[in-house]
Design a protein around this ligand. Sequence first.
Ligand SMILES: Nc1ncnc2c1ncn2[C@@H]1O[C@H](COP(=O)(O)OP(=O)(O)OP(=O)(O)O)[C@@H](O)[C@H]1O
Ligand SMILES: [Mg+2]
Length: 232
Amino acid sequence: MTLVTARQLNKTYLSGEIPVHAIVDADFTIASASFVSFVGPSGSGKSTLLNMIGCLDPPSSGSLEVAGQDLTTLGSREAARFRGKQIGFIFQDFNLIPVLTVFENIEYPLQMVQNWPRAERRQQVEALLAAVDMADQAGKFPHQISGGQKQRVAIARALVSRPQLVLADEPTANLDRETALKIITLMKSMRDDSGTSFIFSTHDPKIVDNAETIYTLEDGRVKTAHREAKDA
Ligand SMILES: Nc1ncnc2c1ncn2[C@@H]1O[C@H](COP(=O)(O)OP(=O)(O)OP(=O)(O)O)[C@@H](O)[C@H]1O
Ligand SMILES: [Mg+2]
């Protein structure tokens, strides 16, 4: 099943008077249960593209459909609702909520958007805390943990509601090899068990080697789509 369809997708920012063409005429489709990676130099448009797919930033023109929903017609409130239900987002700069503990940050999507019963919420948060090796840090606040630990909390928060699409902007940049591989394994099992699709922006060869499709971004243009994973 096709989960994401982009057609002639463009994003132009205005930097003062000067237009910045961050994404130019992007055309691609992404199926459910896939592992896809966007790679490209700094400023090539990776975050811009993920932010549009994740309903955080509207396209300037073209069409973008996620899970059968045309994103170009969504108002900001509908977009937030759709994102909360369908998408887990791992931000490049984590975006943890400073006044909430590690546990509460991970619990947040279940409480705010999904309205899970308390006991199930607790069980699910604890499962994710264990999966990212953060069980012993659950009561700490974001300013009391390291960059790699914040990244692991951000990953747990994105996965906790079992979304059908996870967008991950450089998700392993701050992680040691062992932790990164553990998290990739966790993501692959979600893909295999629940059909979740993962779209990464990354330079990390550990992720690129695991992706079935790699798109290269160059000055906002999606250049190539190629290769079947070695171990898929
Ligand atoms: N809010 C904004 N206003 C103006 N220009 C922007 C804005 N966000 C991004 N840009 C510009 O759009 C282009 C693409 O930026 P983007 O953040 O998508 O790159 P990236 O590939 O994610 O880079 P990095 O690897 O450094 O994270 C850049 O030229 C950037 O300066
Ligand atoms: Mg970026």
